[in-house]
Design a protein around this ligand. Structure first.
Ligand SMILES: Nc1ncnc2c1ncn2[C@@H]1O[C@H](COP(=O)(O)OP(=O)(O)O)[C@@H](O)[C@H]1O
Ligand SMILES: [Mg+2]
Length: 381
């Protein structure tokens, strides 16, 4: 016998309340949740998944996953395996293409949705952003590599410094000999010049391998940049590089070691100039941001060095900050490794992006002096 039928209005209200509850639940999850019909069409997608995929829910609804993500074969394979086996499958290292073409590394867990009788009703895909974890892993690996490299480099550099000084001195003594033929002077000056070049490399290697640690004070970033640009004016002019300064006049002071910061931006400015052998614009832009995630939520200055050079492809991008990686004849490959070390010593961050053929942009984040003027934890060491 049928029970008394509930009035339609009350039934609708209760369905609506259940629906709203599940919507709130899915909306509150940090993980992206996508449900997919057995025929591959997307049934629902929560806000976290929308954000992760860089697309809005309307774009998904009722459309086939395969057509929306033609380039994401690993994710589709995961779903296929789940559908075929009926079991949960996971992949913790999937590269996903966002709508703007950028990539994000995610973990994905795919399970079958079945009703009470075991009939499959579709699949549910739970995805999570892994970028932060990957970055942390890479950073740890890099600092590990740098630490061991530093020890070797320091040893080698010390061994080379003394013989170099001996060579230079001997070449100069030779030149000073009363009977030294003037025609041979060209050779001794090559020795001296090349020894000096080697000496400069050794010094860079040493400063990289045995950092003295930053001595922090409150400094004006624009003054540092201007004094650098003043010193570099002649070579920049000669290379037909036009410097465009786009400074934010409101930029507060930063907490930094001025000589290290000079070294940092000198390397970046020189790299920018070297990337434009036929000249071009080198833009130096400053601004500031409150609460930068990469720098532990601190307020930071942002400096961008933008050139119009050849840029670099993703393969080079991966290796940019690796010590001794260079594509230049006569390059040391230490410039950017030193930049990264300086930035990390300042609890800052840096990033390089490029459009090959059009130019590159190096972005640096450096902590501002805190409002209270309190010393940063870095100062206490
Ligand atoms: N602004 C830039 N544009 C294009 N490529 C760059 C730029 N800056 C650095 N690179 C690439 O990164 C490599 C490493 O740079 P760096 O560490 O400064 O060493 P070096 O300048 O001695 O080669 C360069 O050889 C170059 O291939
Ligand atoms: Mg360089």
């Amino acid at each position: 016998m049928k029970g008394r039928r509930r009035p339609r209005k009350a039934l609708n209200a209760s369905i609506e309340s259940v629906r709203a509850y599940y919507e709130d639940l899915l909306g509150s999850l940090q993980d992206g949740i996508i449900t997919i019909e057995p025929d591959g069409r997307i049934r629902s997608i929560n806000q976290a998944a929308e954000e992760l995929m860089g697309r809005s829910a309307q774009m998904f609804h009722g459309r086939s996953f395969e057509r929306l993500f033609p380039n994401d074969r690993p994710l589709r394979a995961l779903m296929q395996k789940t559908l075929e086996s009926g079991r949960t499958h996971a992949d913790f290292d999937v590269r996903l293409t966002r709508r703007d073409g950028s990539h994000v590394v995610i973990s994905a867990v795919c399970s079958l949705i079945s009703n009470g009788t075991g009939q499959p009703r579709g699949i549910v895909l739970a995805i999570r952003d892994q970028t932060g974890i990957r970055e942390l892993e890479e950073r740890l690996q890099r600092s590990d590599r740098l630490a061991s490299l530093g020890t070797v480099a320091a040893g080698v550099a010390h061994e080379i410094r003394n013989p170099l000084a001996g060579l230079r001195g001997a070449a100069q003594l030779l030149e000073g000999e009363p009977n030294f033929p003037a025609a041979l002077r060209e050779y001794t000056s090559v020795i001296v010049r090349e020894v000096d070049r080697l000496g400069a490399i050794v010094e860079r290697l040493l400063s990289f391998a045995t950092p003295r640690g930053p001595v922090l004070c409150s400094c004006n970033l624009h003054e540092i940049l201007d004094s650098l640009l003043f010193l570099e004016r002649a070579p920049l002019d000669a290379a037909r590089i036009a410097v465009r300064r786009q400074y934010d006049p409101q930029l507060p002071e930063i907490l930094a070691d001025p000589s290290e910061i000079r070294q940092l931006f000198l390397n970046l400015i020189r790299n920018g100039a070297e990337a434009m052998p036929d000249g071009g614009d080198l833009t130096i832009r400053t601004s500031y941001e409150r609460s930068e995630k990469r720098c532990g939520g601190r307020s930071v200055a942002v400096v961008e060095i933008i050139d119009q050079g050849e840029g670099f492809d993703p393969e080079i991008e991966r290796r940019l900050f690796t010590p001794f990686f260079t594509t230049k004849e006569g390059g040391t490959g230490l410039g950017l490794a030193i930049c990264l070390r300086i930035v990390e010593d300042h609890s800052g961050a840096m990033e390089a992006t490029s459009t090959p053929g059009k130019g590159s942009r190096f972005r640096v984040w450096l902590p501002l002096v805190t409002q209270s003027g309190a010393a940063s934890p870095l100062n206490e060491s």
